[in-house]
Ligand binder design. Sequence first.
Ligand code: F6P
Length: 543
Amino acid sequence: MTATTSKTWQILAKHARRMQTAHLRDLFAADPQRFDRFSLEQGGLLIDYSKQRLSAEVMSALAGLWWEADLPGWINRMRTGEAINHTEGRAVLHHALRHQGTRPILHNGLDVMPQVHAVLDQMRRFCNDLHGGKWHGATGKPISDVVNIGIGGSDLGPKMATQALAACQVPNLRVHYVSNLDGAHLATTLAQLDPSTTLFIIASKTFTTQETMQNAVSARDWIVEALGEAAVRRHFVAVSTNLPEVARFGIDPDYAFAFWDWVGGRFSVWSAIGLPLALAIGMENFERILAGAAAMDAHFFEAAADHNLPFVLALLEVWNSDFLGAETRACLPYSQSLELLPRYLQQLEMESNGKRATRNGQDAGCPTAPVLWGEAGTNGQHAFYQLIHQGGRLIPCDFIVAAEADFPLPGHHEKLLANCFAQAEALMKGKTAEEARAEMEAAHVPEAVIARLLPYKVFPGNQPSTTILLPRLDPYHLGQLVALFEHKVFSLGCLWNLNAYDQWGVEYGKQLANRLLPIIEGRTPADGLDSSTAGLIAACRKP
Ligand code: F6P
């Protein structure tokens, strides 16, 4: 069965027709308790979804999907290590990476926790050695720069979190991230660095990804040229599930940090993929991130549908995308430190649920993950907010902000909060023609000018938003926040009946790139190509 054929779906479609004509400003005027009714708090994290275009009836119908989509059953299957990634035959156990208790977590009948703890111990020792200068480069100099080479899940999570927690940064160590196959990324990074004080982390779940392996080989050449072949063991460590390939690259097996096929790439920041992050902020802070995520796991696994933060976020997505017709969602962190969150969530949400085929191979029958985009506030206000206010498209927005500043410069944070809340308010209320006219009249604008300007000064409003308020952006609350989105993604997979843990769509492009490479290198003829691809290759080859 697809979600759209369910009874609740039909009820929701009726509610949606009614809500199409409702305006948020009227909903707020009619119910002074709206904020209390439509906000949730868990472990200090507040979610205000009162500015969403919904009513108590809509929420209660949506919450019925908890049983209809069998969330309790899917949660249980995930927790017990069933291969819910059915197209790859893999379990989904990233929650084990941050599990805090002594309860075993089983995979194929074996407790995974001893191996999780062993890698955490290995990471802790390595962080201590590197921070303490015990781990040094081949010439005996301490490491001043760490370069993580990885892409997708082996890059976006640790990079986002390293920037998010810049306030916790360990002194005298810079951490860089290189992902792009374009040589400009590696070359411009290396240009700032000294080989004798640089350590590379080659991070790849498969250790076969083209971008990562090409960057790793070029980085290796750079070290060998400066310091000789023997230096590779002092300047490279790796994180992977493919330890034989790591050894073939020449990395000391004692400094190969393992993880497992039950950790999806985009869910791997909690594993040794977080090593560059642990080096940047210290292992204790890394473990606080894990504790925050574990608290969100406990909440998600236990809370009832209407109080379950990740599930409620998932319901809002279903409501906006499938019933109100939103095609995108804007992620707007009012935090320079969270600047990379939209990019991280793009992979997490769109690679997970940007799919058509349901678990039983049918078409989903409704739009699935919306296009996610965004930018840090207040920068976005001076770029694309104009379109959100007056462009006529339905664009649900997520505002994410911390009550306390992570870099408390006098005068900044209050203004940041004022801008964040003002944008959400303006999008909700809009401005009527009467209000715009009254404002101009109060400013003694002549009637002829009022008549001319009035259409431009009207804001339709009714643009839905959710505000996620953190007490402060620290490791614990970042862990909570990221796990919140992970479980939202899981919930959406259940609601749309999708496997959120495979990514077949990414493979086709890789396959074609492998076919074109020998043609571009001039090793094979350009036979059988469409005229556009052939024309572009020929144009690149022109002397
Ligand atoms: O983009 C496809 C993908 O498989 C992602 O899911 C993954 O995070 C990324 O490539 C990198 O893969 P790996 O860690 O194996 O290099």
